[in-house]
Write a protein that binds this ligand. Sequence first.
Ligand code: URA
Length: 434
Amino acid sequence: MRAVDIIIKKRDGLELTKEEIEFFVRGFTDGSIPDYQASSWAMAVLLKGMTPQETTDLTMAMVNSGETLDLSPAVPLAVDKHSSGGVGDKTTLVVEPLVAACGLPVGKMSGRGLGFTGGTLDKMESIPGFRVNLTQEEFLSQLKEIGLVLAGQTAILAPADGKFYALRDVSGTVDSIPLIASSIMSKKIAAGAQAIVLDVKIGLGAFMATQEEAKDLAKFMVDIAHLAGRKAVALISDMNQPLGIAVGNILEVKEAINTLQGRGPASFREHCLDVAEQMLILGEAAADGNEAREKAVQALKDGSAWMKFVELVKAQGGDASYVEDPDKFPEAVIIEVVTSPEAGYLSQIHARIVGETAVDLGAGRAKKDDQIDHTVGIEILREVGDRINAGDDLFIIHAANQADLDLARERLLKAHKWSDSPVDRLPLVYDIIR
Ligand code: URA
């Protein structure tokens, strides 16, 4: 078999066999298929799509590119969650300790920023010393000991996805249903999750722009989970405007801390409770939605979710003094509050523009090996539906230099739209796919 023939076959819109997909994934993982062929293939997949069978084969080929974790010696029923990617989406940082505090252990393998969306690992690495590269033994023993792990993709688990993910980030091949579905599900299956809550984002700041696309993605993933013998449920949730206030790594960690301490933005807190509720039900830690919600609210209220987060930071080598006193985190060189040039009801805060602006400020990567600036980012102070006056604070930019700040200000003003008549608030969740 030759890689180029497989690229051409997909380019021509034909269905690949399991053997061809396995050959390609194996070759890319061991380095015999170079980046340029892999990105060309990913582009062909993005343009021509894949059948459910091809997507399942791709998922399993990526799972089999490394080892798989068996979490059963550590936990009776391992539950995990995964977002399809959004702007300001720091849900994992709140939900995982929250659910663990409710007695449901979570061992999660997360990703880095992708395109205009942020990544959990980049956020957690804002905490000095926090290690995301754990060995399999460390992963398992931490899960057993404290019931919570937040690790990166290791060279052992789904290494093919790790390589593809980094390549897709910088080759315009992120927003493809089969590539996203196989990327997410390979990580979840390899990391041993028995039950998975999928948070599929829809809207301007998501890879899926329409409800139909989001539902397709959700169905693909739920079906793959079932084929692999796992339980799964998918929330279709809003990503037209950024989630919460903070976009950017340290800023998002601070917002997660605030939320865990009961002070975060109301809509973000609600979203976290929605996800936690589904995890607690799927993980059999609650009989129904009401019980799950009550447990989750209680874990926020009594401080146990916050204590779990601190435990997690310490367990993975992070300097907990930063999360205990967030003023210790370094700040960006320039911080500017931008006020509203107009009065009216906010009708749009374009999440994708906000995400792209954050990446350009240095919060994400333009090339694979780019270094992230953890201090930079944006605080979006208003929500769609808010009534504001001209001169009210609108957003805050945290930038590394004046030129970046000027550019960001101009783009972020364009991301906001005003209306003279009242505007409905955006829903948090549109649908649940089982
Ligand atoms: N999250 C992932 O893990 N992979 C994708 O491709 C998109 C979001």
